[in-house]
Design a protein around this ligand. Structure first.
Ligand SMILES: Nc1ncnc2c1ncn2[C@@H]1O[C@H](COP(=O)(O)OP(=O)(O)OP(=O)(O)O)[C@@H](O)[C@H]1O
Length: 332
């Protein structure tokens, strides 16, 4: 049962750190989501874990580095880039070659082709494949050795909604059988549905790791809506107990820093009538945006819709008349 231990991973490109002193663990029986803004260092980390990039630090799979594993595909299945195959080698032959190199029975090739919905194009050449079909072939290769660990970089990239749902169920059942999944994705709603644990990075450094529930609970977007005909008095009493209170509309408060039970008690003690108490849990997206706010490398600047198309663009904005987003490095 593979515990992945990454210790002190680091990599610089041209003197600029891409990953810095990054350590985390991935536990069997769980899907661990790997999150970070664009350029945070997720792909670099995954390559370092598999010894595909030179850098500092170690990663072990049940105590063994990937490069020391005998027949690695039978231990760790990886999908790190879209279309990791020769464009003209037929899909089935590509998998047969990988199977032979890793002492995997050839019967497994047809099994994974079937499992990934690629049986009908087994004799097709990958250069004719769509992005999603290429991604399925990459996943077929990752699953070929029936490994106990999966490391997947954006596996849902290019998949249609059925494909995305399918991969979610696949990864959940893979983990439920006691195996380990480490998966990056920008699809936070998907991540919220499938991940048990998270590793969150920004600018190559660890921001948070642990159960997804704890990460979401730590967000300041967790709040309680309190409706009262005595909202002003209630707000004052709650502030006196250290809560942050925002008046959303007459008679309706958004409260953070106290849970619903505590708010009810404060109201009771002050003889304030309450008409409604509704806890609101932060979304993973809210918690993620909050946690990575300070470590976003690329910011999009979006001009408001309806801007005068003839007006000069704001300083630093894209000049292409059809494009309103700019990706630029900030100066932090
Ligand atoms: N081959 C390379 N040469 C130079 N710089 C690189 C190279 N690969 C990555 N980088 C830089 O390292 C940093 C981390 O990149 P990486 O691709 O690991 O981030 P990421 O989190 O996977 O991003 P994304 O979410 O956009 O895929 C970025 O600043 C990137 O520009």
């Amino acid at each position: 049962m593979a515990v992945i231990e990454a210790r002190g991973l680091a990599k610089t490109y041209g003197g600029k750190p891409a990953v810095s002193d990054l350590s985390f663990e991935v536990h069997p029986g769980s899907v661990t989501g790997f999150l970070g803004p664009n350029g945070a260092g997720k792909s670099t980390t995954m390559r370092l874990m598999l010894g595909l990039d030179r850098g500092a630090g170690t990663t072990t799979f049940d105590g063994v580095p990937f490069t020391s594993l005998h027949h690695p595909m039978r231990h760790v299945g990886a999908l790190l880039e879209a279309k990791p195959f020769h464009p003209t080698r037929r899909a089935r032959n590509h998998l047969r070659m990988l199977a032979a190199a890793n002492a995997i029975p050839v019967s497994r090739v047809d099994e994974v082709l079937e499992q990934l919905g690629l049986a009908s194009v087994a004799r097709g050449k990958p250069r004719t494949f769509s992005l999603g079909m290429g991604q399925r072939l990459g996943l077929a290769a990752a699953l070929l050795g029936d490994p106990h660990t999966l490391i997947l970089d954006e596996p849902a990239n290019g998949l249609d909604p059925q494909g995305i749902q399918w991969i979610r169920e696949l990864l959940k059942s893979f983990a439920a059988s006691g195996r380990s999944v480490f998966v990056s994705s920008h699809l936070l709603s998907e991540m919220a549905l499938m991940a048990d644990e998270l590793v969150v990075i920004g600018r190559g450094r660890l921001i948070a790791s642990g159960p997804i529930g704890d990460f979401v609970k730590s967000s300041r977007h967790n709040s309680v809506l309190a409706r009262s005909p005595q909202a002003t008095e209630l707000a004052e009493a709650l502030r006196g107990r250290g809560a942050q209170v925002e008046a959303l509309e007459p008679g309706l408060l958004s409260v953070t820093g106290l849970d619903a039970a505590a708010i009810g008690d404060v109201a009771f003690d002050a003889s304030i009538r309450l008409h409604e108490l509704a806890p609101r849990t932060a979304t993973l997206e809210e918690a993620f945006l909050e946690a990575t706010e300070a470590s976003q490398e690329y910011h999009a600047v979006v001009a408001p819709v309806g801007d005068d198309p003839g007006a000069p663009p704001p300083a630093g904005a894209a000049t292409d008349s059809s494009t309103t987003a700019r990706y630029g490095e900030d100066q932090q």
